[in-house]
Design a protein around this ligand. Structure first.
Ligand code: PLP
Length: 349
């Protein structure tokens, strides 16, 4: 039976026989081949569909580690700042093992699905009049002073767990891809994937290393601009972050891999979001950023020397997290009388 990423990749993780493994069987997510994108880009494009984790995002890979280590240490309470998915994941894993969980979210800018998750798992949810960066600063100040475990990606165990995404990609493809495209918010995940790829390579589990391609939203692109953004804006709320905690390691991932970190507009994100859904894959807007990004790079001729190579895009979270944005961008259902003729006409028969 599959038992989650800690049991699967124990040899690569800082756990011992004494670590109490708190798991919801996260990981083992599908790597889906996209015919549509492969044809357009000219490389084989695979989608790592992280929306199929237990709470619907990749955050579960890091949270199983962070919560297991908090439990091992004897903590009673965990805390995080969140644009939504970290709080959903922290709340669920804390509930699984009886830890108290408090989350600070930016008031009014959290997707409905994510909020419902933190609430139903009984976290103490506190909306701050401020943005994510403000919330994270508060959580840092509180957890430095009080006996509460911080479970944001500043917690190194989060990165450790999240690197399992890279292991799974290599296991599925029998090597690393040529490129790995990923959204960048607080920049923990690009850091984690690069760490994972390097460790697998060192261990002889893969022969090559990918170029890391990170994508920020144009209104929240501090790394691309080279300075913090005071009032980050984007409809992709999961990457609406103006001062990423893992800024430096993200630059290292970019430079060591000879990759890049670029930005995509909300328009490009929405278009990629709908295109993914047209191909049967429902991912949240932030997850569409890497797809928008590789389409942008293709248009610039970036991939012309890599025909037939492989690109993996991490689709970080499930589309159901943010149902409002889906409905808003495709219109409402048609309402008809219960009449077969009218229905057939509407269907186009
Ligand atoms: C957290 C999150 C991101 C950003 O990941 P970072 O590690 O903060 O860069 C992107 N997409 C989704 C859906 C997320 O939940």
């Amino acid at each position: 039976m599959y038992k989650g990423i800690i049991e699967k990749y124990r040899d690569f993780l800082p756990v011992t026989a004494k670590t109490p493994v708190v798991t919801l069987n996260e990981g083992n997510t599908p790597l889906i081949f996209s015919e549509d994108l492969s044809e357009e880009i000219g490389l084989k494009v695979y989608l790592k569909y992280e929306g199929l984790n237990p709470t619907g995002s990749f955050k579960d890979r890091g949270m199983t580690m962070a919560i297991s280590k908090a439990k091992e240490k004897g903590a009673t309470t965990v805390m995080c700042a969140s644009t939504g998915n970290t709080s959903a994941s922290a709340a669920a894993y804390a509930a699984k093992c009886g830890l108290k969980c408090a989350v600070l979210i930016p008031d009014g800018n959290i997707a409905l699905g994510k909020l419902s998750q933190a609430m139903i798992h009984n976290a103490k949810v506190i909306a701050i009049r401020g943005n994510f960066d403000d919330a994270l600063n508060l959580v840092k100040a509180i957890t430095e002073k009080y006996p509460i475990e911080l479970v944001n990606s500043l917690n190194p165990f989060r990165i450790e767990g999240q690197k399992s995404g890279a292991f799974e990609v290599c296991d599925s493809l029998n090597d690393a891809p040529d490129f790995h495209a990923i959204p960048v918010g607080n920049a923990g995940n690009i850091t984690a994937y690069w760490k994972g790829y390097k460790e697998y390579h060192t261990a002889g589990k893969s022969k090559t290393l990918p170029k890391m391609l990170g994508f920020q939203a144009a209104g929240s692109a501090p790394i691309v601009l080279g300075h913090a953004v005071e009032k980050p804006e984007t409809l992709a709320t999961a990457i609406r972050i103006g001062n990423p905690a893992s800024w430096k390691p993200a630059l290292a991932a970019r430079d060591e891999s000879s990759g890049l970190i670029d930005s995509v507009t909300d328009e490009e994100i929405l278009s990629a979001y709908k295109r993914l859904a047209n191909g049967g894959v429902f991912a949240e807007p932030a997850s569409a950023a890497p797809v928008a990004g590789i389409l942008k790079l293709k248009a610039q001729g970036y991939f012309k020397d890599f025909k037939g190579g492989r690109i993996v895009c991490t689709l970080t979270g499930h589309g159901l997290k943010d149902p409002n944005i889906a409905i808003k961008n495709v219109g409402q259902p048609v309402t008809l009388n219960p009449d077969i003729k009218d229905i057939l006409k509407e269907v186009g028969l």
